[in-house]
Design a binder for this molecule. Structure first.
Ligand SMILES: *[C@@H]1O[C@H](CO)[C@@H](O)[C@H](O)[C@H]1NC(C)=O
Ligand SMILES: *[C@@H]1O[C@H](CO)[C@@H](O)[C@H](O)[C@H]1NC(C)=O
Ligand SMILES: *[C@@H]1O[C@H](CO)[C@@H](O)[C@H](O)[C@H]1NC(C)=O
Ligand SMILES: *[C@@H]1O[C@H](CO)[C@@H](O)[C@H](O)[C@H]1NC(C)=O
Ligand SMILES: *[C@@H]1O[C@H](CO)[C@@H](O)[C@H](O)[C@H]1NC(C)=O
Ligand SMILES: *[C@@H]1O[C@H](CO)[C@@H](O)[C@H](O)[C@H]1NC(C)=O
Ligand SMILES: *[C@@H]1O[C@H](CO)[C@@H](O)[C@H](O)[C@H]1NC(C)=O
Ligand SMILES: *[C@@H]1O[C@H](CO)[C@@H](O)[C@H](O)[C@H]1NC(C)=O
Ligand SMILES: *[C@@H]1O[C@H](CO)[C@@H](O)[C@H](O)[C@H]1NC(C)=O
Ligand SMILES: *[C@@H]1O[C@H](CO)[C@@H](O)[C@H](O)[C@H]1NC(C)=O
Ligand SMILES: *[C@@H]1O[C@H](CO)[C@@H](O)[C@H](O)[C@H]1NC(C)=O
Ligand SMILES: [Cu+2]
Length: 562
């Protein structure tokens, strides 16, 4: 990869006010439409630099990357650096109409990606409508020069990016669903590093293959960019040792399968300790609600050596599609490494306690509306019974310039109506949410505890919740209704995992904690794209503190305009 490396002194010349410690790297992301053929079907897709998946970005802990995003495609875009906290710099975070207006065709935006304490695997993706279906890539944060991994140095590092493929234009899939009020069409394939693998019709040659040498250990940097499903992943005859997630080290644990949420990353050590041959790695969805593709993507793990490759290598047996126990067990196995070299700082007490319900809802069918959602309604989704309505200009700009009428500051800290959220039949009276563009204001430096509570409205499902601007400690989880009198006594405040995305189990709850020390406007949303499109998102405004280093940086001069 070509990039220009500049050093601190030069940076000072270029951009005076920003105090940066690490290196600066600059590179170009050119958004362009390219023709692409998969499964014997051609269409035009939106790409970065003509690549699918897009280029891998590399940095070290504390570096700053500058990416000149140049839109030569035919549609609006924005790019989000998933899991990068961007201290004091919400301006280039990327979610459309939250922190910026779209980068229109023919325009560009230089985005500053400020790495701080993230270490491990992150990624970047488009953050407008469903364009992340084809616009995504890895962002790998290596330890500082001279620092070692807290595990044996792998012989090589292999990104494994799970994706999803529709033969149709992705914009049509979304617009058709929103127009009819129905669940979007299921995809035609899942992908490993852009390749469906040989279990689909017309895909034999489109198979990702990785070569390993017997006796060596490899680091798999796994990312889930699938649009609407948690994914199970497994390699035939091989165990996997999990060592990191969401750019934080974890206590190593050995497993024979992975369950990874959209938005999440998992770092895995793979020991090439089997008879030299070919083995399949495979991935398929975990699904308990809605349309989905009941298909399996595969790739080949090929040992070097002198042997005849089997014509049908062993296939791993993945957990069943509806195996929620395997999905939840994997998620519950994640623990922070929590050593002297890699300590944690989970807030031991919370001064701001929030409870957010997560629901899939319906709107009643309006006059002349097409209503193919559940029960002749139109699908919506909500947090605390509010379905998010996108504003016309971004919330960050409105906040910074004190433009009124764009959003309200009254997002409720608790569900507006308390009931048995996970009861078997939730009365129809409770199904229809309220519209709103509401934010929750949080004091600078407060210790926030946020409990996500799944509801059983329309049957319920899991929700991988992603918070921008922060990583958070996942301190507790359970089934049924969260009970503030009983459940906090079971929290893990010793080695809870540090995540930016966490799957809330169906009809259960998950408690997270974080210190609100990054001022700005930060999006919180489900990372299932159909749920986001139905309104399962909201934003926090974290106020500035009094000292200079507790204030937002000034906006870049080239912010896109609406
Ligand atoms: C971005 O657009 C501006 C205005 O059209 C132009 O002056 C500048 O050279 C462009 N930058 C890049 C990196 O293409
Ligand atoms: C969605 O699926 C339906 C039913 O198979 C089909 O008629 C329609 O064309 C599909 N839409 C898109 C955008 O692929
Ligand atoms: C995987 O781990 C299990 C449990 O530790 C062990 O019994 C098994 O032999 C291991 N398999 C391989 C292929 O290493
Ligand atoms: C998925 O497909 C397999 C066969 O290809 C079938 O046995 C299984 O029942 C299907 N599962 C679901 C949930 O549709
Ligand atoms: C590979 O193995 C075959 C059969 O054992 C042998 O005939 C051949 O010479 C070997 N080739 C190499 C390059 O070692
Ligand atoms: C519904 O459609 C009819 C016929 O196209 C039209 O006359 C009527 O104004 C529409 N009503 C609404 C509320 O849009
Ligand atoms: C809530 O509903 C669930 C499912 O019907 C039931 O098992 C549970 O006992 C109920 N909880 C309360 C507090 O009523
Ligand atoms: C959501 O708000 C609507 C409108 O106020 C109300 O009818 C509905 O019962 C509420 N649902 C829940 C779960 O609070
Ligand atoms: C919310 O807005 C949508 C679209 O503008 C409208 O169809 C719906 O009736 C509104 N719902 C409520 C509860 O106000
Ligand atoms: C924020 O909290 C930390 C302790 O967690 C404290 O050391 C620091 O002084 C606080 N900063 C401000 C500006 O309140
Ligand atoms: C692109 O973004 C601009 C600015 O917000 C907006 O006015 C325009 O409608 C968008 N175009 C499309 C096709 O959505
Ligand atoms: Cu969701």
């Amino acid at each position: 990869m070509k990039f220009l490396t500049l050093y601190f002194s030069l940076l000072l010349l270029l951009c005076g006010f920003v105090a940066v410690h690490g290196k600066i790297q600059r590179q170009k992301f050119v958004l362009q439409d390219v023709p692409y053929t998969r499964l014997c079907s051609s269409k035009s897709i939106l790409t970065v630099n003509g690549k699918f998946p897009g280029p891998t970005l590399y940095g070290r802990v504390g570096d700053t990357l500058i990416v000149d995003v140049i839109n030569r495609a035919s549609e609006n875009v924005t790019i989000h650096w998933h899991g990068v906290k961007q201290p004091r710099n919400p301006w280039t975070d990327g979610p459309v109409y939250i922190t910026q207006c779209p980068i229109r065709p023919g325009t560009n935006f230089s985005q500053r990606i400020i790495l701080s304490d993230e270490i491990g695997t992150l990624w970047w993706h488009a953050h407008i409508e469903w364009s992340r279906a084809t616009v995504y890539g890895a962002l790998i944060v290596l330890p500082k020069e001279g620092d070692a991994y807290p595990f044996p140095k792998p012989s090589a590092e292999i990104p494994i990016i799970l994706g999803e493929w529709w033969k149709s234009d992705i914009r049509q899939v979304l617009s058709e669903a929103l127009q009819t009020g129905s669940d979007p069409n299921a995809s035609d394939a899942f992908l490993i590093n852009g390749q469906p693998g040989d279990q689909y019709p017309c895909s034999t040659s489109d198979t990702f293959k990785v070569t390993v040498e017997y006796g060596k250990t490899y680091l798999l940097r796994m990312i889930n960019d699938v649009m609407n499903n948690i994914m199970f992943f497994k390699i035939a005859n091989h165990n996997l040792t999990v060592v990191g997630s969401d750019a934080a080290y974890t206590k190593p644990f050995t497993t024979d399968y992975v369950a990874i949420s959209p938005g999440q990353t998992i770092d895995i050590l793979l020991e090439a300790n089997q008879q030299p041959s070919h083995y399949y790695m495979a991935s398929r969805p975990h699904n308990i609600a809605g349309n989905f593709a009941n298909t399996t993507t595969t790739a080949i793990l090929a040992y070097t050596g002198n042997y005849t490759a089997p014509s049908s290598p062993p296939l791993p047996t993945l957990p069943n599609i509806d195996d929620a126990v395997s999905a939840n067990t994997f998620t519950a196995s994640l623990r922070s490494l929590a050593t002297t070299d890699h300590p944690i700082d989970v807030p031991q007490k919370a001064d701001t306690e929030l409870l957010f319900t997560l629901s899939v809802n319906i709107f009643e069918c309006g006059l002349n509306e097409s209503c193919n959602g559940a029960l002749q309604g139109r699908f919506r989704a909500s947090i605390n019974n509010i379905t998010f309505v996108q504003p016309k200009i971004d919330i960050l700009e409105a906040y910074y310039k004190r433009v009124t009428g764009v959003y309200e500051e009254d997002f409720p800290g608790n569900p507006p109506f308390q009931f048995n959220y996970t009861m078997e039949f939730v009365p129809r009276l409770l199904w229809v949410p309220q519209n709103g563009t509401r934010v929750r204001v949080v004091e600078y430096n407060s210790s926030v505890e946020l409990v996500f509570q799944g509801t059983n409205i329309l049957g319920g499902t899991y929700h991988p919740m992603h918070l921008h601007g922060y990583s958070f400690y996942v301190v507790g989880r359970g089934n049924g209704n969260f009970d503030r009198a009983r459940d906090p006594s079971g929290y893990n405040l010793v080695d809870p995992p540090l995540q930016n995305t966490i799957a809330i189990p169906r009809n259960g709850w998950t408690a997270i904690r974080f210190k609100a020390n990054n001022p700005g406007v930060w999006l919180l949303h489900c990372h299932l794209d159909r749920h986001v499109s139905w309104g399962m998102e909201m934003a926090f405004i974290v106020k500035e503190g009094t000292s200079q280093d507790a204030k937002m940086l000034p906006p870049p001069a080239d912010m896109p305009k609406c």
